[in-house]
Design a protein around this ligand. Sequence first.
Ligand SMILES: C[S@@+](CC[C@H](N)C(=O)[O-])C[C@H]1O[C@@H](n2cnc3c(N)ncnc32)[C@H](O)[C@@H]1O
Length: 521
Amino acid sequence: MAAAMSLRLVPLPSRATPRDQKYSFSLITCHSTTTTLSPPPVISLTKDLKPNSNPNPSSSCALHCPHFQSCSGCTHEYNLHQPPILDEAINFFKRMGVSNFTFDTCRLWGWRCRAKLAVRGSSEKPLVGLYEEGTHNIVDIPECQAHHPSINAAVELLKKGMAELNIEPYNEDQGTGDLRYVQMAVTTYDTSLPASERYRNGKVQVSLVWNSRSESSPSFGKLNALANYMWMNGGPKRKVHLIHSVWANFQTSTNNIIFGNRWRHLLGDRDFWEHVGGIDVSMVPSSFGQANTRAFDSLLSKLHKCVPYGASVVDLYAGAGVIGLSLAATRKCRSVKCVEVNKESKLSFEKTASRLPTSMDSNISWHHADTSKDPLSWIIGSDVVVVDPPRKGLDPSLISALHSLSSLKLKDKSPESARKEVTEKRPWILRERESSVQSNSSQRAQEESNSLPETLIYISCGWDSFKEDCKMLLSNKSWRLEKAHGFNFFPGTQSIEVLAVFKRGSGVNIKKKKSGKKKKT
Ligand SMILES: C[S@@+](CC[C@H](N)C(=O)[O-])C[C@H]1O[C@@H](n2cnc3c(N)ncnc32)[C@H](O)[C@@H]1O
């Protein structure tokens, strides 16, 4: 069984030097145990957050993973509460004018609720894991400490099924074999269990990426047999109900894109629900989902506090709209527009929206669109812009649009002129209706306003791109950085998740500019 953890706050050892005492990190020690997973703790390392000196590994939170170094998934073994990048983040934000940067850490093991794993090797001895750094060799990671334990258990079951049914893993060189990848996503939302037991009893939605074009290919029988094996041995009739559902994805391409375009639900519940940000969230396997469900939930709690009640919000790079919809529900937003390029996310958005409280009076819509095309048209009319781009960061056209806002306001003083210039270009008006979804509890027509956003909330999983984007946003003084928080989304890796809140204008100067302009007219 995978190690679980307990966390406890302990006083500093009496031998601690005055220098050590400055670091709030020193107050935390971790103990790896073999007990089952407890509910996820969230620990805020906020007070006196200072760059780390030279932490002593022996008193730190260690990974304890047998695959460390051979597997490329984790890059550091000790002090998991303090990713090495944290020092740099603290210093960066200080330079950008934010000295009260906070960092929330979360569970250190068993945090990954979503994993995409390559399947290679042979049917008798399948390897299911990640690539070894810089090679095309797969490292088998049966005891991965980052995975939710249900993922490791489901992988073990999969391997047994492959061996029994003689299922050949994919061979990259020859393009032969059946099973290429597997995606394992865990739901920890089983309301029949007490809340304290839900996390550790997570159930797995298994997606088998099959090396064929469709259900009509000759190997479909084998695929069905494997799905049935997993269901019979891990489904609801077993003492330990591990498998939530089984899906197939068909992919024959020789490039390294994991999923093909064709999906088929095979067994179990089609609907997959999780509860984050105060709402029930539906996730189809083809849509983006956050890997660290609990840490995402704590990020959403913090994010909610940054959005005024009744605000009009645009959620760019929205996926299935989890962020936008959770804001709609918790902040009673006047309107929420979600913009996403992956059309597969639409279904999840619709299902999630259908479970929102019926009493909500909010215009909610999801748009299948590329944020980089005419981004200004999405931004105008919103009070708050939320961006959660992929690791590569914001599209340059979006940065330019965000830059141009202050000059726009100065130019277009009359609402009529702004409306004339901007409204005609708005994609949610011009695009085909079927590419968007509107969920409107009051049947009120979509409000169109020409207000410009005062708040920009940037959620980032790519530290390097965030730094560049942040510098760009601040460069022409159209935005200022108000606050920033970090989250330990990926313990054991170099990555952190950042939530940064920008306010429009450079502060005092904006007033001077406004009054100067007034005098002229
Ligand atoms: C980091 S994910 C965030 C998803 C969502 N905010 C969530 O938390 O579930 C980034 C999302 O941006 C989408 N995306 C990437 N490029 C895009 C673009 N140019 N326009 C719109 N969406 C894009 C991806 O498909 C993905 O769903």
